[in-house]
Every structure is written in C-alpha cells, then in structure tokens.
Design a protein around this ligand. Structure first.
Ligand code: SAH
Length: 339
C-alpha cells in the first residue's frame, strides 16, 4: 500500500487505530503535499517510533517518469508503475493555467470502436495513489502548479469508481493538492449506476459524458456500452444529476465522417439535449493508423456547429492539442505496447 492513496479521513482512522491522535493526519498531509518529502526521515515533528510504523505499513515511493515528449503547449509523460505496466498523462498549457489529462486504468474494456487507447483491454485498475502521483510528478518536473484536471486519459473512470473517488478527494482537499472541484472534470462513456452514485456525493466536480451519437442506433454501432445503458437510461439520469447537483453537464461529441456528422444528426442531437441545461463540446476526430474512422471536414464541423447554435444549444469546438506527439484524445497508447 502507498501513502499517496490515503484520503485525510483514511489517514485519521489509521492514526486512531494505532492509538495516536488524528491531528497527525494533518501533519503528514502537509509533509507529503506541501513540503513534498521523498522519505519519512525528512519529517521532523513526529515521533521516530510512529514514523517507523508508518514506514512499515505504507510505501512512500513515487512513480517513475520514463519518457517525456514535448511540444509547444503540450507534453506527454510516460510513467512506469511498480509492476512494470506503463500509463500516460498529458499536460496542456492554457492561458488560464496548466491542465492535466489523467489515466484511470491500464487498458480499457469499453470497446468504443473509434478509440485507439481502448484497443488494449483492461489489464487492471489504477490505484488512487497512481492517479494522484501522475499530477504530483508532473508538477515537480515542471516546477509549476497544475490548476485543472480532466480524467480523460486511458481507461473508464467509472469502471474504477472507488479508487476514482479517493483520488478526487485527495487532490481536492485543501491540505492535499488543493485543486478546486470546479476545476476537476470526470469523463465517462455513460455507466448509469455510477453517475447516480456520483451525483449523490454532494461534491462540485464537473461531469462530462462521451455521447458521440444522437440516437441509439448509431450509438450502439460505435459504443458497445450503449447496449447496456442506452440513451433511454442515460438521459433521465443526467436530468436527475442536474437536479441534484445544479451542475451543468458537458457532452463530448466526436465528429466521425459519414457516421454521426450529418445535418439530421445535428438536429436530433439538439432535440436530445435541449431539455438539459448542458454544454456540447464538438471534438474533431483524431485519426489513427489502426482504425478506419475519418475526421469530418471543417465545413461539415461548422455546419454541425451552426445547427446546434441555431437551436440554442451551448456549443463549442474543442481546441486541439498534442496531435504531433500522439497525445491527442483517444491516442494515448504507450509506444511500449505494440498490440
Ligand atoms: N472513458 C472515458 C474517458 C476517456 S476517453 C470516456 O469515455 O469518456 C476521453 C474522450 O476522448 C472520450 O470522449 C472519447 O470518446 C474521446 N476519444 C476517443 N478516441 C478519440 C479520437 N481518436 N479522437 C477524438 N476523441 C477521441
């Protein structure tokens, strides 16, 4: 077990179970996340005997960064995990701050037909500490703070729900990485029961839904999850989410040439999301050599955008990052994997 996977509540419980006081959790959090120690020996305000126990119970090892690819406003980091698996995270430099795209699993089981990252099936879930450390290691390498986090790297975060929530609590805690909930976005392909659970957490995180189709027919074709949780299940739960949290949902919609980018699709999409107080983010598809899908033409993207606008949908086209270094959406697959 690794110390970076404990929420402050977990840590308080741990100290109490050892017969110590709960305030040690605050102390330890401050050493880990403010002072950024590398070993327990650097801690000066806790008893040696307590530090020895912690050291026996929890490793303080970080991840290894084994490769960095840099472009002007984007960097891709390749991490090696302690079992030799590899994951990637992407740093994007915006005018409003640094944002990072975090991976949540090694591989992914959702099987979206257009997604390169998901061609490798899930090997395992990431532990909370493996998600926390993606952020910390990049902050330390960069020498700057990360202000925004999107869980949109490799993996389906709601297929790793418990670790995801621990991770969110650690990075959101003011004594942890102190990243505001409104600066953190979780993206899911639509695992309905977990969306429900998430809406009951009572926290202000942003939720993004990978929609990618305006009807069940097309969605079934490109996203197998739709056969389990169809739009008829998904849309009502999103309404409930909005009512519970008052937070607007973002729909991600990748435009795939000839598949979901017709004017008819744009109209259907407008009707589908109209009643939800939401944003639609149109994503130009990033083509990959291994899959046959093609990006919609710029004209088609603009037409699609205009139809949504005319129907009074809050719509934006995603700024593209990282195409040159294969760090774009859906392209995160370590070159170490040749499957
Ligand atoms: N599993 C989660 C998060 C990871 S994918 C989810 O489905 O939301 C992050 C986003 O990138 C998703 O919206 C996904 O559908 C999209 N995506 C996948 N492949 C892509 C590609 N080649 N080009 C553009 N977006 C892609």
């Amino acid at each position: 077990m690794n110390i970076y996977g404990l929420t402050i509540d977990d840590m308080e419980k741990y100290f109490i179970s050892l017969g110590y006081k709960r305030f040690h959790a605050d102390q330890l959090f401050s050493w880990l996340y403010e002072k950024r120690i590398d070993s327990y020996e650097q801690i000066t305000n806790m008893k040696k005997e307590l530090l020895n126990i912690i050291e026996k119970d929890y490793s303080i090892n970080k991840l290894k960064i084994v490769n960095i690819e840099k472009d002007i406003d984007v960097c891709k980091y390749l991490f090696e995990l302690c079992d030799g698996e590899h994951i990637e995270a992407v740093l994007m430099k915006h005018d409003y701050g640094n944002s990072i795209c975090v991976s949540s699993q090694v591989g992914c089981n959702m099987g979206c037909k257009f997604c390169e990252s998901g061609r490798r099936k899930r090997v395992r879930n990431l532990e909370a500490y493996e998600m926390v450390l993606q952020i910390m290691m990049i902050e330390e390498e960069l020498g700057e703070r990360i202000s925004h986090v999107v869980v949109m790297g490799i993996g389906e975060p709601f297929d790793n729900y418990d670790n995801l929530v621990k991770f969110l609590k650690i990075i959101n805690n003011p004594k942890g990485l102190a990243i505001g909930a409104r600066h953190i976005t979780v993206s899911t392909c639509g695992i309905v029961p977990k969306i429900k659970e998430f809406s009951n957490l009572g926290l202000q995180f942003n939720l993004a839904i990978s929609l990618h189709a305006p009807n069940n027919e097309i969605r079934n074709e490109i996203m197998p999850i739709n056969k389990v949780y169809s739009l008829d299940n998904l849309i009502p739960v999103l309404k409930e989410y909005y009512n519970n949290t008052n937070r607007r949902i973002t729909f991600e919609y990748v435009l795939l040439n000839g598949i979901n980018d017709s004017e008819e699709c744009a109209l259907q999409l407008s009707h589908l999301v109209k009643e939800l107080n939401c944003y639609v983010n149109l994503i130009p598809y990033n083509e990959t050599n291994n899959l046959n899908f093609k990006r919609s033409s710029t004209i088609q993207i603009m037409k699609f955008y205009d139809i949504l606008k005319k129907n009074k949908i809050n719509v934006t086209i995603r700024k593209e990052f990282g195409g040159k270094i294969s760090a774009a959406c859906g392209q995160l697959r370590s070159k170490k994997e040749d499957v």
